[in-house]
Design a protein around this ligand. Structure first.
Ligand code: ZN
Length: 314
């Protein structure tokens, strides 16, 4: 199956890496908070208009604005779901409007006569006098119209908070992998929804060094990490997301999770558990925050063999 409105060019990928990692971009808890805020507001409402700023047509990833407008105007929102970091609006003709906030996207509910949002780029007007306002400082967010959500999210791995993801299945995701455990957790095809904030927090909660090859973790460490991933995401949702920089909820309000982090963006400040200054390193190309004392290297000696492709790490 293909997207009904296809991208004419390769989708732009929001930049990641040390320069950008400290922004704290929306991850599963932030997107889920927005979903929960917006669902009761948009479900059952009919779309009256779609406006996209001429300088932001990249938002549509190559699809013509008129086609997106034709797909949305007159449609009623049937449901609002989420998968990983994607918002999934089900339309009453069976198609789906799929939005991804990427780095700095915001989606807030406003009366139509309210003044424009800062960096507002697009608007979905609803009958009855309200809009969804799309703001995006860096303009990496994306909209898609799809015949089925799998077109946008079909390659995503399970989510740590899926009731269907057992501890055993989680361990299988890590087993045998030579990549740093942080890189495996950030790979949305293996596990969906975690980004730089919550991976650093989960690894601290599980007392695991972020650069440990995933397959070298003991079974006990993997199980600690399984529980930690679920806990940090659930806490993030309970605190309505982390507002380090651009994230706001569906009403435009900041979340509170950034006030509760243990390591993320705390470089040089004392670890809450042991007092050691939090360290920052680059792991898998990403800025990484950890406690050098609480998160010691794995005890198991690494097997390094010349040309070590066949080492039985894990
Ligand atoms: Zn510590």
């Amino acid at each position: 199956m293909r997207c009904v409105i296809t991208a004419a060019s390769m989708p732009r990928v929001a930049p990641t890496g040390p320069r950008f990692d400290n922004r704290g971009v929306p991850e599963l808890p932030e997107v889920e908070t927005i979903r929960r805020d917006l669902a009761p507001l948009v479900i059952g409402r009919r779309i009256a208009g779609v406006e996209v700023d001429a300088g932001t047509l990249r938002l549509l990833a190559g699809a013509p604005l008129e086609a997106v407008r034709a797909a949305l105007v007159g449609r009623t929102i049937r449901s609002l779901g989420r998968r990983g970091k994607y918002l999934l609006f089900e339309l009453d003709d069976g198609h789906w409007f799929v939005a991804h906030l990427r780095m700095t996207g915001r989606l807030v509910w406003r009366p139509t006569d309210a003044p424009p949002e800062p960096f507002e780029r697009a608007r979905i007007r609803f009958e009855g006098g309200h809009d969804l306002r799309w703001s995006d400082v860096r303009k990496f967010g994306t909209w898609q119209i799809c015949a089925a959500p799998e077109e946008a999210v079909g390659r995503l791995g399970p989510e740590p908070i899926d009731t269907g993801l057992s501890a055993a299945a989680f361990c299988r995701i890590l087993e045998g992998r030579r990549a740093p455990v942080k890189a495996v957790l950030l790979d949305q095809r293996r596990v969906a929804g975690l980004g730089n904030i919550y991976v650093d927090e989960a690894l601290f909660a599980a007392r695991i060094r972020p650069d440990t090859p995933a397959g070298e973790l003991s079974r006990a460490a993997m199980l600690r990490l399984y529980r930690a991933c679920r806990e940090v995401l659930e806490r993030g949702i309970a605190h309505r997301g982390a507002s380090f920089s651009d994230y706001v909820d569906g009403q435009g309000n900041a979340g509170a999770q950034h006030l509760y982090v243990q390591v993320f963006r705390r470089t040089g400040r004392p670890c809450y558990a042991c007092g050691t200054p939090i360290a920052r390193a680059i792991v898998g190309g990403r800025a990484t925050h950890f406690c050098p004392r609480c998160q010691r290297p794995a005890r198991r000696p690494r097997r390094t063999r010349p040309g070590g492709e066949h080492g039985d790490a894990g």
